[in-house]
Structures are given as structure tokens and as C-alpha cells.
Design a protein. Structure first.
Length: 131
């Protein structure tokens, strides 16, 4: 998978394609690439990352069906006694919705994830605003 045009990746610690399946109020799938920040010795227990663009295709209850884009930002917490831990927030990219989801005004959600849990499922909590 090629790196998105214009993305500065000179010191990137992470470049990882991914896919997400959503079920529930938001139903569909999203794909994108995760870009990690360089290791910072001042905060060795947290590795920040950004998933951008995250392209979603599916439906949102009471809003419609179509496509839109998210930015997911978070961090990987290392050194936790439970092992690796991920915290992420998902934010809508304004103006990115297709006609079917044109009534979407904003989406904000967050989740915590144990990447070693199986099945690797998370509860996404947040708010969807539609016209």
C-alpha cells in the first residue's frame, strides 16, 4: 500500500494498513493507514499515532448510508502490567460525507482496546449529530 501523497513520513515509527468492521448504530467498514509518531524518550510509555484518512462505507442509524472520512488519533501504552493497551478517538472530517450521509454534521467517539483480546472487539462510545 502506497503512502498517501503529501504525507511527511521521514521519522515515522509506524506505517500500517488496517480495516475496521462496525456493527450497531454505525454499521459498515472502514479502511486506512496508521502512522505512528517517532519514539520520544520523554514519554517512553506512550507511542502516539494517527490513522488518516479512514474511509468509512456503510450506514449510520437515522442519518443514512454512504461514505465519509474519519481521523483516528490515539496512543499505544506500553509497559502496562496487563500488556499492550490502545486508546483511540474517532473524529469526522467535515464535508467528507457522500450524498447518502450528507445529513451528518459531526461524529465523535472513543474506545479503549486490548489488541491481544480475542475476538478483538471494542465498544465504541460517542455521539453522532445529524440534521
Amino acid at each position: 500500500l502506497a503512502e498517501p501523497a503529501g504525507y511527511q513520513n521521514a521519522e515515522c515509527a509506524l506505517f500500517l494498513p488496517f480495516g475496521i468492521n462496525f456493527t450497531g448504530t454505525i454499521s459498515g467498514e472502514a479502511t486506512g493507514v496508521a502512522h505512528g509518531s517517532p519514539y520520544d524518550p520523554a514519554t517512553p510509555e506512550r507511542i502516539p499515532f494517527e490513522k488518516q484518512p479512514v474511509l468509512f462505507s456503510g450506514s449510520i442509524a437515522d442519518c443514512g448510508s454512504g461514505t465519509l472520512a474519519f481521523v483516528i488519533r490515539g496512543y499505544i501504552k506500553v509497559g502496562d502490567p496487563k500488556g499492550l493497551y490502545v486508546n483511540e478517538t474517532l473524529t469526522y472530517v467535515p464535508g467528507s460525507a457522500s450524498t447518502g450521509l450528507a445529513d451528518v454534521v459531526d461524529v465523535f467517539a472513543s474506545f479503549d482496546q486490548d489488541p491481544y483480546a480475542w475476538p478483538n472487539e471494542v465498544d465504541l462510545t460517542g455521539t453522532v449529530w445529524c440534521r
